[in-house]
Design a protein around this ligand. Sequence first.
Ligand code: SF4
Length: 319
Amino acid sequence: MKYVFGPVPSRRLGQSLGIDPVPLKTCNWNCVYCQLGRSKPLTNERREYFPREEIIAEVEQALATHKAGEIDWVTFVGSGETTLHTSIGWLIRQVKSLTRLPVAVITNGSLLYLPEMRLELSPADAVLPSLDAGDARLYRKINRPHPEVSFVRLIEGPVAFLKEYQGKLWVEVMLVQGLNDTEAALREIAAALKSIQPDEVHILQPTRPPAETWVQPSDEEGLLRARAILGDIARVIHPSSGSFDLSGAESLVEAVIGIITRHPMREDELIETLKHFSQGEVSATLTELEKCGKAQVVERFGTRFWSASPAYYPSWKSQ
Ligand code: SF4
């Protein structure tokens, strides 16, 4: 499958069937912590990146091949900014007509200021926009946005959306050590959240390979500070440790590439995912991954991660 992957485990969304509607790193942000590497080039162009009928045909097929209880949510998420696909609203409506499963959209939220975008996302059961900074300066430093998606618009969007939206709005805050986990930065974020009034705030950590080598997750103290300052609606989301579904691809290697294109994996996590296969198959898969040119090993936090090879992670040497 080209556009649908998983189900993959998610702390918030259980076993989540992923729909990836844009090519790798098609994004209007270039976050320092992005697990998919740097955005090259940055784009704010909305268009039909992949034929919408092909995407829906794959969703239909994936839903048909999984038994009741194997999927908890159908989630638009993946290798770039989901809302840059011009048919995101049509895709959500089609999925809702195919299944009673709840539908979530993971987005950076930068286009919610557009009235048509708010309308398109309205049938989703949950929308999860990002908010990593409470002021324009830190927003530019962490998210490095396209010039058309300003900080003012980033805040205006969810405020306007929640005036009409019936589903859940869960704001994600990615905590980066020394950038937005200081008391001053968290107080600014809390003020912005006060004007948005989301249903929940999810505090995340960059635990997968960040685009920039110097990015570090916040520490225990930073997490406690964030919980205290962001208030009762905020909770820390720890990475999930469930199993990744590797069915639905032509080969084991293709299935692994399908996952790591959207979710780079620690090498030990990848080996754990392959535990149902024989030792020989696991070794052959790792060898084939190295040789096929579609995967790469990225070293961050002293750990080896497997990621899709077109993703660009500068090394210390190339900084
Ligand atoms: S983390 Fe999301 S919003 Fe940020 S650059 Fe990566 S894909 Fe874009």
